[in-house]
Design a protein around this ligand. Structure first.
Ligand SMILES: [Fe+2]
Length: 248
């Protein structure tokens, strides 16, 4: 099975649509690791489109806050402003869909989905300090995670050596193929569709190929100016508009 992995779309419809165009014909089913909404200008359209293409979705911290399950009290001011705006935009149907999303880990055949970490959906796996303990106690060969908006991930080889998965800068399309080793354990981050923070503004995604035993990482440009114009018209905070082009 070829599984398309989506994460951290953050109401960015242009990035999402461009991504789905590039992914066309490259997958058999699609899963989402949360943060469908928050920050961007198209929460309803993104939720509705996502529901059409995915068959397994977990919630992220922004989905909880934007649907009113939490009060966004731990968000910074800009994230809180965007959360309040998103809450007002969402239709009742989309709010109840977001509220109904399960918390990870969500177990699938041969892998699991989490938003932050297997322990806590709000935990950031930035480096060895957080990732290594998770890999040591992992019961799955493959855990798919998001939340950091950084494409790549971590692995522990069968003999115990830890490694960070670095994705080199490359042209649009398939940028890296990771061969999965028997006996190794993986934390795979597909990157963020709608608000990358790894220094590359292009939408990131990944495909897990279970038969070929590999993960393919992709990047694609999208019409960023359209997203930014919509954000300006919605009067979303300026730094959130600028950060999209910086990939920060
Ligand atoms: Fe996120």
């Amino acid at each position: 099975m070829r599984i398309l992995i989506l994460s951290d779309i953050h109401s960015n419809l242009e990035a999402f649509e461009k991504y789905m165009e590039l992914a066309e014909g490259r997958y058999e089913r699609a899963v989402c690791l949360g943060d469908l909404v928050g920050y961007g200008p198209d929460p309803n359209a993104v939720v509705e489109r996502l529901r059409q293409v995915t068959d397994a979705v977990i919630r992220g911290n922004h989905d909880k806050a934007c649907s009113g399950l939490t009060d966004a009290g731990d968000f910074n001011l800009l994230a809180r402003l965007a959360t309040d705006w998103t809450r007002k935009q969402l239709t009742p149907e989309n709010i109840s869909y977001l509220r109904s999303l399960p918390e990870g880990p969500l177990v699938q055949e041969g892998f699991q989905l989490v938003h932050g970490s297997p322990e806590r959906e709000d935990e950031y796996l930035f480096g060895a300090a957080q990732a290594l303990p998770e890999l040591r106690k992992a019961t799955f060969q493959i855990t798919l995670f998001g939340h950091t908006h950084r494409q790549g991930g971590f692995l522990m080889h069968a003999h115990g050596r830890f490694q960070t998965i670095h994705i080199p800068p490359a042209k649009d399309g398939l940028v890296e193929t990771l061969e999965l080793e028997a006996g190794a354990r993986y934390l795979i981050n597909p990157g963020s569709v709608g608000q990358p923070r790894d220094g590359d503004w292009r939408a990131g995604f990944a495909v897990l190929d279970q038969k070929a035993k590999q993960v393919e990482y992709y990047r694609t440009r999208y019409d960023l100016a359209v997203t930014q114009t919509k954000m300006m018209q919605a009067r979303l905070p300026e730094p959130l508009i600028r950060r999209l082009e910086l990939g920060r």
